[in-house]
Structure formats: C-alpha cells, structure tokens
Design a protein around this ligand. Structure first.
Ligand code: ZN
Length: 422
C-alpha cells in the first residue's frame, strides 16, 4: 500500500501537530505508572517528576499561579477577560498499573500504510483486522510503544493536548478565551485522582477531562461503580489428621465463583449499556480465601442488584458449610456523572459546538469505566470527557494517532472560544 499522508482535520490541527508530538514524546518517556500498593501520595515518584516538568513548561508559557501541591497535582491559570467564566481543563499524568510502564520508548510511524504493525519487542502486533479504529487511520502519523510497555497515551495524550492548546492561546492573545484553569492530576488509574483536587482553590464553573479515545468523542455518562470483597474463613487442619475436620476456604471460594453467571453479567460478555460483576483477583489458602470484585452499571438500581446477587450467592454457598465463616464488604467507587451534568446543558453543548467547529461529528457514547470527571461532577464541578486520539489503553498495543491528537488540541482551542462569554 502507498504511504500517503492523510489531511488533518483543520489548518489549526496541522499547525499544532509538530509541537504536540514533541511534547507527547517527552512526557511518555517519564515513568508515571500508578502503584496500587505504595501508600505514598502520589503513589509513584515519576508522577512528581513529570509534574515538575509540566510546572516548568507552564511557567515558561507565562501562565499564572503555576504550582504543584502536596498531592503532586499541578495547576495553573491562563487569564481571560475580567468578566469571563472560569473553565477547567484536566488530564492525569499517571499511567495504568495493568501493563509494564517503565522504559517507554515511543516509535513514530509516519503516514501509516494500513498494514499490520509489527513492533520490535515482545512480539507485539497491531492488526487492523482486529482493530477497526486502526484501519480508519491509514495515512495518519501514529505513535506506538516498542511493544514491551504501554505507550501512556492514557492520559499523556490529554496532557500534551492541553499544554499545546494553552501554549497556542498564550502565544496568540487576540484569540477569544475564558479564564482557563489547567489541572494535571495523579493516581487517576487507581481511583484516587479526583478526590484530591482542591475545588475551592480551582474555583472553576465547569471543566473538561481530556481522557477519552475515539475521534470526536464527548462523554457525559460513566458507569456507577462499586467494589466488593468476599472473605471466607475455613477450618485448617493438617491434611494427615483432616478427616471430617478440614473446611477448605479455597475450595469454597472456587464454588462461589462457579455459582455466579458466566455467560452474562461479565465484562467479556457484555457491551453498550449492560453492566457486569467482575472477579478481578482471587487469593487463598485452606484457612482463608479472598475474592475481589468490581460491579458496574449505568443504572444505580441494577448495580445494587448485581452486588446483591454476589452477596446472596456467597451466603448460599458458604452457608451450606456451617463451620465456615463469610465476610462480605462492599463500597461505592464512583457515580454515573450524568445526573450531575444534566442541570448544566451548556457544558456539553459548548463542547459539541467546539467539536463541530473542528469539522467533526460529536460521538456520544457512555464510558464503560470512570474518569476523574465522575467524582468531580459529583463533587459539584460539572466535568464531561473529551477524546484524545489514543487507543487500546492499558496494554502493550496502546497506540495514538497524531492526526486525531492534533484534532483534540484544536478542539480545545475552539472550546476556549465558545466559553469566551458566559
Ligand atoms: Zn485515563
């Protein structure tokens, strides 16, 4: 196939692309992988390091009030006219713990020819036959990892796009804009990002996370999420003297799992607006076994039902063995943001207008996951999510289209114009 560069979505996107790519390549090389077990704030030192780099760049751009707080969150202000509203732009610097995140060596594939991309390490292949979004990007400049790490487009594409947009606005003071408040958060991937944002200090009327994927995507709906932990205590006895005494907790845990639906209500058998119940970790001995679940749904009542099903199943299976003991814990993780956004239709409306101004049709799809915006919206800062042009997140196959990333950065410039007046 011929390698012909596809056109950008606009002249603005094309003009922003080279600087955007340079930023992105710089940011993905910093290891910012979140660490679920560290207990530190932020959970890994690389997040502070990238934060310091961003802080220096924001100061070079002459943004005001640039600071990094104790939680590692970097904020800065690009002032607009006195009466203009304050609008936030948010991305997260951490990357997922679910794929290797250290030593990212990004590769740029100019004018992608639409064929299978064989990455140099780990035998990783990007096959357009299995990835429709990749086949739609023939002619784009693509960025991948070297095959043995994630890329970190989630969410350094968003970070680079926000930086590129505010740099463009800072260099062009005649362009219409509100007061823009930028925030780069930490530990989004382990669900600890948005709680740590000081909203009083941020003082924005609304915000946008730039943490989506597909070109033109605008998301105002996320899962409602809960976690559940099933702990089973058995009776451990030396197997040589176990006759009639041993109660094996590991075996009971396996029975609980086997008693749950496997053909429905799982992440691998559901899509669209369907929810699920997902055992993501099991550990155990004969004495004690633990099953960790996440439950997800767009409908809060259905979510409660999924959790109730798990509880009833565990009670029935473990209850059949009176000498075993069951502990069931559940906690909410994040809420569907939609009900918090509905009172402010202009927040989504202006984003739609900005996407259209970039020549794109807004893609409205509910997020089968959460974003910082789920928690922020619930805390009173209406925050829908915008596309980044990154794909196949949380895996060594993660890739990004520079053409789509440039469209995202240009969309942010157009969004600023739409918020220039309240
Ligand atoms: Zn993300």
């Amino acid at each position: 196939m011929l390698a012909v560069t596809a056109p950008y979505t606009s002249q603005l996107a094309q003009a922003l692309a080279p600087g955007l790519l340079a930023r992105f390549l710089r940011y993905v090389r910093v290891d910012t992988q979140a660490d679920r077990d560290s207990g530190a704030v932020p959970s890994s030192p690389g997040q502070l390091e990238l934060g310091r780099l961003l802080l220096a760049e924001l100061r070079d751009l002459d943004l005001r009030d640039a600071r990094q707080d104790d939680a590692g969150i970097v904020t800065a202000t690009l002032p607009g006219p006195d009466a203009a509203p304050v609008v936030g732009l948010i991305a997260h610097v951490d990357t997922s713990p679910d794929a290797p995140g250290a030593g990212v060596e990004p590769l740029v594939h100019r004018a992608y020819d639409g064929s299978v991309l064989e990455l140099p390490r780990g035998g990783t292949r990007l096959d357009p036959a299995a990835m429709p979004e990749l086949s739609a990007c023939a002619g784009h400049d693509l960025v991948t990892s070297s095959g043995d790490t994630l890329l970190g487009a989630d969410d350094k594409a968003g970070v680079a796009e926000i930086m590129t947009a505010v740099a463009h606005l800072a260099r062009n003071p005649d362009l219409a804009r509100p007061t823009l408040r930028v925030a780069f958060t930490c530990d989004e991937e382990i669900g600890l990002g948005a709680e740590r944002v000081d909203l009083e200090r941020f003082a924005a009327r609304c915000a946008y996370t730039v943490d989506g994927s597909t070109l033109g995507e605008l998301q105002d709906e996320t899962f409602t999420a809960a976690a559940a932990i099933v702990t089973i205590d058995g009776v451990d006895v030396h197997p040589g003297q176990a006759t009639g005494k041993l109660v094996n907790a590991a075996r009971l845990a396996a029975r609980v799992l086997a008693a749950l639906p496997a053909d429905t209500l799982t992440p691998e058998t559901t899509s669209g607006r369907e929810g699920f119940l997902h055992p993501y970790e099991m550990s155990g001995t004969a004495a004690r076994a633990t099953l960790r679940f996440i439950a997800r749904d767009f409908d809060d009542d259905l979510l409660d039902r999924h959790v109730a099903l798990l509880r009833e199943t565990a009670e029935r299976v473990v209850g059949a063995e009176p000498r075993a003991r069951l502990t069931f814990e559940t906690r909410p993780q994040y809420p569907n943001m939609r009900r918090f956004l509905e009172p402010y239709p202009e927040v989504v409306g202006r984003a739609e207008a900005a996407i259209r101004a970039e020549g794109l049709e807004p893609v409205r799809s509910p997020i089968r996951g959460g974003t910082d915006g789920s928690i922020l919206s619930a805390r009173g800062l209406p925050t829908p999510n915008l596309f980044t042009g990154g794909h196949e997140y949380h895996s060594v196959r993660e890739w990004a289209s520079l053409h789509e990333m440039a469209a995202a950065a240009a969309t942010l410039v157009r969004l600023a114009e739409r918020w220039a007046v309240a």
